[in-house]
Design a protein. Structure first.
Length: 91
């Protein structure tokens, strides 16, 4: 009886874990130009790797609840801006 309960709980846990994975959101198109003003206001960024569920490498930029897809070449600029924001908030 205990084995049946343990098996049931294991299957239930696996089902919950899989369902929480959700649907992948990938950048299909990369914006050719992103303004400097927008780059300065990035709240958060994610790096999309090529392969798996997504076909292109991209930089996913989160700005005021909106999402933009940019070139991975923008990463040094985003990191520099993030560093500047952190330093200015320490004062």
């Amino acid at each position: 009886m205990d084995l049946k309960i343990a098996t049931f709980l294991l299957v239930l846990l696996a089902a919950v874990t899989i369902s929480e994975g959700g649907v992948f959101k990938c950048c299909v198109e990369i914006s050719p130009r992103i303004s400097r003003q927008l780059l300065r206001t990035v709240d958060k960024y994610d790096i999309q790797k090529k392969g798996g569920a997504c076909e292109k490498e991209a930089l996913i930029l989160h700005v005021k609840g909106k999402t933009f897809c940019g070139s991975p070449k923008l990463l040094p600029i985003i990191r520099r801006n993030s560093r500047k924001k952190r330093l200015s908030h320490k004062d």
